[in-house]
Each structure stands twice: as structure tokens, then as C-alpha cells.
Design a protein around this ligand. Sequence first.
Ligand code: NDP
Ligand code: 8X3
Length: 253
Amino acid sequence: MLALITGATSGIGLATAQIFAENNIDLILCGRRTERLSELENQLSQKVKVKTLAFDVRSRAEVQKAIDSLPKEFQNIDILINNAGNAHGLSTIQEGSLDDWDTMIDLNIKGLLYVTKAILPKLMNENRSETNKGQIINIGSIAGIDSYANGNVYCATKSAVAMLSETMRIDLLKENIKVSEVKPGLVETEFSMVRFKNDEDRAEKVYQNYTPLTAQDIAELIYFVVSRPAHVNIADVLILPTDQAKSALVNKR
Ligand code: NDP
Ligand code: 8X3
């Protein structure tokens, strides 16, 4: 089995790369931070075959060039984890930054589409049989189904991921490809550092006084989803910290 993971340099993508390697899944690891990609390659290539690709998912040209550069042994991709994504800013619609909005739309929606489009010819491999399904897992969010104050554009991008996951499942029904969406609640990663533009105090507060999910929790779920038998598709999962009931309802002590 060979998986391509976007956003493998931190958080959920990194934890997923590690759990896949422990379970003998070869890896194509993507992100922009090349040093982190090299470190990961050194670490995980002790266990499985690893290829790294540094590109910005917002650039159609970079995405296509990176995928076209894959050597023959990394062409037959079985699993695509569309994980690269972030929130940028947390403001009302009247105060939000157009640059942040562009970044989120380009990253969370268009980036997911560019990568999917470039990988699909490889997933729709003619050697696929009824027992050898391809699989796409899109990382959405509770934010895509449950809005919160100041979440506007981030929530909208994750809502788009939810609808794209459903419609991709319809379009790929006859192609032997499963499509799943995993929607996490609050997970402690670099997500809030990115959202708050490296304001450490603000980022830390997001995860204080309750127990958030870890990236490992999400990676374990993703591995569960990819390790089901061919006839089972875990199509849509919401995973929350026990201390969270809705986007904006957290049992803080
Ligand atoms: P992190 O900030 O830890 O990881 C984000 C990853 O995305 C990094 O590997 C980063 O790599 C990559 N990335 C960001 N921008 C780009 C870009 N332009 N091109 C290519 N790669 C990019 O956050 P998480 O692990 O938490 O987030 C992963 C996914 O989970 C996202 O889709 C997020 O929306 C979703 N999610 C997160 C939740 C949370 O509470 N943390 C909850 C629900 C969903 P690099 O910078 O090297 O490019
Ligand atoms: C990330 C979780 O609540 O910050 O999708 O939107 S939240």
C-alpha cells in the first residue's frame, strides 16, 4: 500500500505518517517545510519506502509538477489523505482580512481540489479490483457543520470540504475508490499558532482548562478508516474531545 499525505510536516498529517509507517504503508509526504520533510524521511525510511515532495498546494503548477516528478515506484498510489489546511485569523466578517480569506479558500478548498485532480489518474489505476480499492480521506472539521463566532470563512471552507467529500463519493462510485471525510473538533497542533500568526499566548489558551484531542487520536482514526475491508467505507466521522459538545461549547474547568 502507498499513501500520499498532504500537510505531513506537523500535527495530524505528521501523526498519520508515523502510524502508517508503523503499519507498513509506504509514504509520499508533502508540505512546504523542506527540513521537516527531510527529518521525516530519515526517520520513517527505516520502516517503509518514503518519498517527499515540497510544494504549495495553492499553486496549480507546483502541485502538477510535484506529482509528475514521482518516480515509477511511487506512481501506484492507493490512499490520498487531503489534510493540508489551516485557519488564518479569527475576525468578524466586517473586520476580517481579505488576504486571510484568500489564503484559506486557496489552501482549504482549491488546494484540496488541485491535489485530488492531479492524483486521481494514479488512484484510478487499471489494476484495481473489487478487493483493491483506492481511498481518499478528506480532513474536514466540526467547523464545516457547526458555525462559531468569527469563524466565517474558515467554517465556509470546511463546509465546502464536507460537500466535496459527498460529491466526490458520488462521482467515484464506479471507479473502485472510497471517499471518506474525518471531521475533528479541537485538536492541539500548530493550528492555533498559524491562526493567530505565531502569538503563542493566544494559541496556548485555545487548549487550556480542558483536554483537547491529540494529533495521534486523529491518526489512529484515519488508520482505522483505511484498514477496513474492501466492502466497508467509513464515509463520515465527527470526532470530538469528550470535553466538547459543539464548536463553541467546551467544558472548561
Ligand atoms: P497544523 O498547522 O499542525 O498542520 C497544517 C499542515 O498543513 C502542515 O503540515 C503544513 O505544512 C500544511 N500546509 C499549510 N499550508 C500549506 C500550503 N499552502 N501548502 C502545502 N501545505 C500546507 O494543523 P493541523 O494538523 O491541526 O491541521 C491539519 C488539518 O486538520 C487541516 O485541514 C485543519 O483544517 C484540520 N483540522 C484541524 C483541527 C484542529 O483543531 N487542529 C480541527 C479540525 C480540523 P507546511 O507549513 O510545511 O506547508
Ligand atoms: C479546527 C477546529 O474549532 O478551531 O477546525 O474550527 S476549530
